[in-house]
Design a protein around this ligand. Structure first.
Ligand code: HPA
Length: 248
């Protein structure tokens, strides 16, 4: 099978604009009662398989996403690289709404999610290396594409993944900051680890849509988030063709 780039869309990102398609294929997986719809198209002349993480109508909250079925469906679609789109809160000073970050590390604060394909201990191979959770080649493709388009994009940062769906308390954000987190979101885990278990290189482009809890004067407003979401998603859309063109 020829190489296919998987795109996992987050909040605000429900389709990929390509030169053809999209054609929907419903993929049967061992991890879901229902098949998972994957949308195929051509972007920069290359095959892309798009999967909206929260469903096409954004009906599935972060803690209920069937991450195992999603990543499995992408593998079954022939995907050999995944670019994930995540919206996040900014923790590190200077990471304000509209900032784009290509994280290089993460800390997992989620609990109770089906987080592995290896539920039975078979051998040491089940303990996958996860020192560097995000693939450096894919990260570089995102950064190079941003550079070529003169789009500011921050190279590196620690993504703290919280359980949601509620946002954090101010004290939780202070703890995450002390832990070294630069951004906070709810969806990079277990997605990144599952991709690693299936040996699919994975990287994320994270859009800051709010200052994390307690870092602004006011409470976090959904209206403010929505305002930065639309513009930021358009910028990510511009980044994708150049990124995909660079992949081997
Ligand atoms: N916290 C967690 N997830 C998020 C946030 C946040 O502040 N903003 C967008 N996704």
């Amino acid at each position: 099978m020829s190489s296919v780039t998987g795109i996992i869309g987050g909040s605000g990102f429900y389709s990929v604009e390509g030169s053809s398609g999209p054609e929907v294929t419903n993929i049967v997986t061992p991890y879901s009662d229902k098949p998972v719809p994957v949308y195929r198209s051509l972007v920069a002349g290359k095959p892309v398989a798009f999967l909206p993480r929260h469903g096409i109508e954004h009906g599935v909250p972060p803690h209920r996403v069937n991450y195992r079925a999603n990543v499995w469906a992408l593998r079954k679609s022939g995907v050999n690289a995944i670019i994930a789109i995540n919206v996040v809160g900014g923790i590190r000073t200077g990471l304000e709404p509209g900032a784009l970050v290509v994280p290089d590390q993460l800390i997992d604060y989620t609990w109770g999610r089906a987080h592995t394909y290896f539920d039975v201990l078979e051998d040491a191979g089940n303990h996958v290396d996860f020192t560097w959770p995000y693939d450096q080649g894919l990260r570089q493709a995102l950064l190079d594409s941003a550079h070529e388009l003169d789009i500011a994009c921050i190279d590196g940062g620690v993504y703290g993944c919280t359980q949601g769906p509620r946002l954090e308390t101010a004290a939780e954000i202070q703890k995450l900051r002390q832990d070294g987190c630069d951004i906070v979101g709810m969806t990079s885990m277990p997605e990144a680890a599952l991709a690693r278990e299936l040996t699919i290189p994975y990287a994320s482009i994270a859009l800051v849509v709010n200052l994390a809890a307690g870092l602004a004067q006011d409470a976090i407003s959904f209206a403010d988030i929505a305002a930065s979401l639309d513009d930021g998603i358009e910028v990510i859309r511009r980044l994708l063709p150049g990124t995909i063109a660079k992949l081997p």
